[in-house]
Design a protein around this ligand. Structure first.
Ligand SMILES: Nc1ncnc2c1ncn2[C@@H]1O[C@H](COP(=O)(O)OP(=O)(O)O)[C@@H](O)[C@H]1O
Ligand SMILES: [Mg+2]
Length: 391
């Protein structure tokens, strides 16, 4: 048992209509040898006014003319202040006492048994402090969770920005140089009859072709150019490529052929589908997967469901798995959310649904716009990878 803080001074608000009863209670507190500061109030107005000040505890009579202990307790709770509230009454029946405790009173005492007053107040104050500390800790935790989530979202956005910048550099520098190289090699081929040189030039042209293909592949992973043709086309293409690469049957269905989506949403949907499909190939042991995209009641949803082994709650809590967690943060950057569920049984399968409310947005743009949204039409043209290598 912790020792009661007997040394401390006590600032007590006493709701009591009888001066004699107040003096009696005060005498018990002073007898205990602590310094006590009290204020006696006897009606609602006095109580409300006194609540503006700081108190260690409230001691309250149960029945007062025109007011009551329970009404005072309600006022205290409504004020948002966290204070111990001990009822001290001449007569209090068991049912009334139970009612008071249920309503949030810290304790109740009879005026005929004031020996309990000091320990009851001490205990109530201590319990209240513990509660206050817990609330403060909860608030701190919530604030730090919020900060962490904001940081994660910021990182997602920065990563996407960095990717786009790297893709742009590869396009401009590497792509530009390779295209010029191809051009010069082709010129050499046209201006020479030397068979050996022709052969070298052809193999150099082939190498340059490989390098261009590799750059395009890298660039595409960094910044999916296919999105410029719209989310529908991009997901269709992703489904086909997935099926070809993994042998897992992959169907794509959509409620709309063209979508007018807010800036940033297509890329989030694209990356979400990409992560969900990667998970299917990595973990699901599935034979079939379906991507369903729909826009209904102003909410865009992209659902990826497989017929694989399903997942458990523990899977989502894995310390080193950030795919689905990152996906959630990514969804939040555009005001969306992610649901992951799994059925029961052998081929239970897993379903990942991304939902993003898209109606009522002011910034409606082309479905194909990227996060950074800063490329103008001319630049778009300049960054079109399909323009490479066409000599
Ligand atoms: N489609 C799926 N089928 C079965 N299990 C899955 C599926 N998707 C995810 N999981 C499980 O959930 C875990 C967490 O996934 P994720 O957050 O993407 O991290 P990672 O893929 O890096 O492990 C995976 O390790 C896997 O056990
Ligand atoms: Mg993953």
């Amino acid at each position: 048992m912790p020792t009661p803080p007997r040394h401390r001074s006590l600032k007590l608000l006493h709701l009591e209509d009888s001066e004699v009863d107040h003096e009696l209670a005060l005498a018990w507190l002073l007898r205990d040898g602590r310094s006590v500061q009290t204020l006696r109030v006897e009606d609602e107005a006095g109580f409300r006014a006194a609540l503006e000040e700081d108190w260690d505890a409230v001691l309250s009579d149960y029945n007062l003319p025109g007011f009551s202990g329970l009404a005072a307790l309600e006022i205290l709770q409504g004020s948002g202040r966290l204070l111990p509230f001990v009822i001290l009454s001449g007569e209090i029946g068991e049912d009334v006492a139970v009612q008071a405790m249920l309503q949030g009173a810290s304790d109740y005492l009879l005026k005929s048994n004031l020996t309990r007053l000091v320990p009851a107040l001490d205990r109530a104050i201590e319990a209240n402090e513990t509660r206050r500390a817990r609330l403060a800790a909860d608030q701190e935790l919530a604030a730090s969770r919020q900060q962490l989530s904001e940081l994660a979202q910021h990182l997602q956005t920065s990563i996407e920005g960095e990717r786009a910048a790297i893709a742009r550099e590869i396009h401009d520098d590497v792509g530009g140089a390779l295209t010029a190289l191809k051009f010069d090699l082709a010129w050499l081929a046209r201006h020479s009859d030397d068979a050996a040189l022709q052969q070298r030039v052809q193999s150099a042209l082939e190498m340059a072709g490989h390098a261009i293909e590799a750059s395009q592949r890298i660039m595409h992973n960094l910044r999916p150019a296919i999105l410029e043709q719209g989310l529908v086309a991009a997901l269709q293409w992703m489904a086909q490529r997935f099926e070809k690469r993994t042998g897992i049957e992959c169907a794509f269905r959509t409620s709309h052929e063209h979508l007018n989506l807010p800036v940033g949403v297509p890329l989030v949907a694209y990356r979400a589908t990409q992560e969900a499909l990667t998970n299917v190939s990595k973990h699901a042991q599935a034979t079939r997967v379906a991507i369903d995209m729909s826009l209904a009641r102003g909410v865009l949803s992209v659902e990826v469901s497989d017929n694989g082994r399903g997942l458990a709650a523990e899977d989502l809590a894995k310390a080193r798995s950030f795919g689905l967690r990152g996906l959630r943060e990514r969804a939040e950057t555009v005001g969306g959310w992610v649901d992951v569920s799994s059925g029961m049984g052998e081929r239970a399968g897993t379903t990942v649904i991304l939902s993003v409310p898209v109606s009522g947005t002011q910034r409606l743009g082309r479905d194909s716009q990227f996060d950074e949204g800063s490329l103008d039409e001319r630049e778009d043209e300049r960054h079109n990878p399909s323009a490479w290598g066409d000599l």
